[in-house]
Design a protein around this ligand. Structure first.
Ligand code: UDP
Ligand code: MG
Length: 312
């Protein structure tokens, strides 16, 4: 079989109750396009019945393919694995929990056909907790500032990529990454469209607060060294200020005499700076950790088995 025109990529981690409803909506939409297609699910080490359902879908629906991971390697690794095995001219990613309506897919492919190479999406009426929305705002703003990129919504995974972008991403081999930002660095003609957003159909978010923080660290440190530069700048500024303060105290000693009061104020200021120093060590540690992970050159993910790819 020759290469399909569309590759739809969906990471799956414990989504057993969402898979059938997803397929009921997704499959007609993709068929409707009249193009050749493949739908690649990556089972990211689910501990529920997801894999069984996916295996059945491979039998039932032509064009469905499944990559089975050996464990839980995270959403972004799941997508990268599918990127490597995908063949489509246009590659589309979406979540399995029906937060991204499959009905938007034709609008995404239309944008690529217009000549854009990355189609980002902005979630209209985003159905997530206030906390998540606020966190995303901060992340979007700081990421744009730090990386010099321009995107309104880094978080939405309903996205379309031209084959060229996928080839470039496949050459990267990074073990901690954030796909929308990575794709943006290769994009020569990106665009963003508004898409609908729904509440998670069933189950709960696979991202704990800790995982979210980790992901955002990947985003910050994976695409710029601005945090290090800001930290160094802050260090210089503080030493200049304390130099000035020292001089002031010296002069004061000759005019007014030695000072004793305000010891605890001094402690407060000191603790503040100790906090900053620890934070700085943490930031440096983030980068060192990343370097360590990259130089070890361990496989980013382990595929146990694939289903439905033989017919290619
Ligand atoms: N996911 C995954 N591996 C993980 C966590 C999530 O493959 O370790 C998948 C999950 O099944 C879903 C998508 O990534 O298809 C987005 O996850 P989720 O909806 O939990 O994230 P949120 O919408 O809360 O950001
Ligand atoms: Mg979700």
């Amino acid at each position: 079989m020759e290469h399909p025109y569309l590759s739809i990529i969906i990471p799956v981690y414990n989504e057993e109750s969402n898979l059938a409803p997803l397929m009921d909506r997704l499959y007609p939409v993709v068929k409707e396009t009249g193009r050749t297609f493949e739908i690649i699910f990556t089972n990211d080490g689910s501990r529920d019945g997801s894999l069984e359902i996916l295996k059945r879908m491979v039998q039932q629906y032509p064009g469905v393919r499944v990559i089975e991971f050996n464990g839980n390697f995270g959403q972004h690794m799941a997508i990268l694995a599918a990127f490597e095995m995908s063949r489509g001219q246009i590659v589309i990613t979406l979540d399995a929990d029906l937060q991204n309506p499959p009905e938007e897919i034709p609008r995404l492919t239309a944008e690529i056909e217009k000549g854009f190479d990355v189609v980002g999406t902005i979630r209209q009426k985003r159905q997530d907790s206030l906390f998540r929305k606020l966190a995303s705002r901060i992340v979007n703003i700081t990421t744009n500032k730090m990386t010099g990129m321009k995107m309104n919504d880094y978080g939405c995974m309903l996205r379309a990529y031209h084959r060229n972008i996928i080839e470039n991403i496949n050459r990267c081999g990074e073990s901690t990454t954030f796909i929308p930002a990575l794709a943006q660095t290769f994009a020569s003609n990106p665009t963003e469209i508004e898409v609908a957003h729904a509440e998670r159909a069933a189950g709960e978010s696979k991202y704990s607060l800790y995982k979210l923080i980790r992901l955002n660290f990947d985003l910050m440190t994976g695409f710029s060294v601005v945090p290090l530069q800001l930290f160094a700048l802050f260090g210089m500024l503080t030493s200049l200020l304390s130099l000035a303060f020292g001089l002031f105290l010296l002069v004061r000693r000759f005019i007014v005499g030695a000072e004793v009061e305000g010891v605890f104020t001094l402690f407060a200021i000191l603790f503040f700076f100790t906090g900053i120093i620890i934070m700085g060590i943490g930031i440096v540690g983030e980068y060192v950790g990343r370097i360590y992970q990259e130089v070890r050159k361990r496989p980013r993910f382990v595929v146990r088995k694939t289903y439905g790819f033989d017919e290619q």
